[in-house]
Write a protein that binds this ligand. Structure first.
Ligand SMILES: Nc1ncnc2c1ncn2[C@@H]1O[C@H](COP(=O)(O)OP(=O)(O)OP(=O)(O)O)[C@@H](O)[C@H]1O
Ligand SMILES: [Mg+2]
Length: 261
C-alpha cells in the first residue's frame, strides 16, 4: 500500500523543485526587477533532462502568484522547423490579457503569407510585447531553443536587446549538449548575451543530497528501494541531473507495485 499519492501511483501529484536554490534566487530577482520595469533575457542551458523546464515552471508559478502574466512558446523536434515556430506557439496559446492584438502575420498562431519586410515584423512584435507588458508585467518563456529556426532566434535577439526598459522578463531554455556549430542558436548565442546583457544560467547535475530529496519528495517509496543493483543512475552514483526519472533510465524505474508499509 502506498504511503502517499493517494491514487495508487508511486508519484506524488505536484512535482517540487529540489536544489537549484541559487538559480531560483537569480530568477526571482530578475522577476522582481522586471516587474519594476527593467526586463531582461535569461538563458537556462543544460543537458537533456537536467531540469530546465522544472526550473522555468517554478518561476512561472512564482510569477503567477505575483500577478505577472505568463506566456509560453515551445519549439518542437521537427525535421523542418517552421519559421517563427516558438513565437507562433506562444500566440496560439491565446490572446494575452490587455495589450494589442498580435501582429497580423502571426494571427491565430499561424504564419500568414511570406514575410517580405522582416524589420517591420520585428518592430510590430516588439510593439505587441511592449503593449502586453504595459498592461501588466509579463513573463515570456521560450522552451527548447536548440530546435528553433534562425528567424526565431533573430527575433529573440531583436526583442532581448529592447526589454531593458519594459516590465518584461524573457526566459529561454536550451539543451547545451544538442548545440552544434551549425545551430542558429549556437551561432547567435554570443551576440544575444553581448547585446542584451543576458543572464546565462547553466544547470549542473543535482547533488546527491538533492537527488535523495527529490526521490523522497516525488515518490512514495523510500530512496533505498529505488537504487538499482546495476546502479546506472542511482542515488549513490548519479549520472544525470533530474533525469534519473526519465524513461530511458529504466534501471531506476519504480517496481510495478510498491511494497512500502
Ligand atoms: N530540480 C528538480 N526538482 C524536482 N524535479 C526535477 C528537478 N530537476 C529535474 N526534475 C525532474 O526530472 C525530470 C526532467 O526534468 P525537466 O523536464 O525539467 O528537464 P529538462 O532539462 O527540461 O529536459 P529537456 O531537455 O528534455 O527539456 C522531470 O520529471 C522533473 O520533474
Ligand atoms: Mg524541458
Amino acid at each position: 500500500m502506498h504511503s502517499a499519492g493517494g491514487s495508487g501511483s508511486p508519484f506524488n501529484a505536484a512535482p517540487i523543485l529540489v536544489g537549484r536554490a541559487r538559480e531560483q534566487v537569480f530568477l526571482r530577482e530578475e522577476l522582481v526587477t522586471a516587474t519594476g520595469g527593467r526586463g531582461r533575457l535569461v538563458l537556462i542551458g543544460g543537458e537533456a533532462g537536467i531540469g530546465k523546464t522544472t526550473l522555468a515552471r517554478d518561476l512561472e508559478r512564482e510569477a503567477s502568484g505575483r500577478g505577472v502574466q505568463v506566456l509560453t512558446g515551445h519549439c518542437y523536434d521537427l525535421t523542418n522547423t517552421p519559421p517563427y515556430g516558438p513565437w507562433l506557439d506562444l500566440v496560439a496559446g491565446g490572446r494575452p490579457s490587455g495589450g494589442p492584438a498580435p501582429p497580423a502575420a502571426f494571427a491565430g498562431g499561424r504564419l500568414s503569407g511570406t514575410i517580405t519586410n522582416q524589420a517591420a515584423l520585428f518592430a510590430e512584435v516588439h510593439d505587441f510585447f511592449a503593449g502586453v507588458a504595459a498592461a501588466g508585467p509579463t513573463l515570456v518563456v521560450l522552451e527548447d531553443l536548440h530546435w528553433a529556426d534562425p528567424a526565431s532566434i533573430e527575433l529573440l535577439r531583436y526583442l532581448a536587446a529592447r526589454v531593458g526598459s519594459l516590465p518584461l522578463l524573457v526566459v529561454a531554455t536550451y539543451r547545451i549538449d544538442e548545440l552544434t556549430r551549425r545551430h542558429p542558436f549556437y551561432q547567435q548565442l554570443p551576440a544575444l548575451i553581448r547585446e542584451a546583457d543576458a543572464l546565462r544560467l547553466d544547470l549542473r547535475r543535482l547533488a546527491t543530497s538533492d537527488l535523495q530529496a527529490l526521490i523522497a519528495g516525488q515518490w512514495s517509496l523510500a530512496a533505498a528501494v529505488l537504487i538499482s543493483p546495476r546502479g546506472t543512475c542511482s542515488v549513490s552514483r548519479p549520472t544525470c541531473g533530474g533525469s534519473w526519472c526519465n524513461p530511458e533510465t529504466a534501471a531506476t524505474r519504480p517496481p510495478a507495485r510498491s511494497t512500502t508499509a
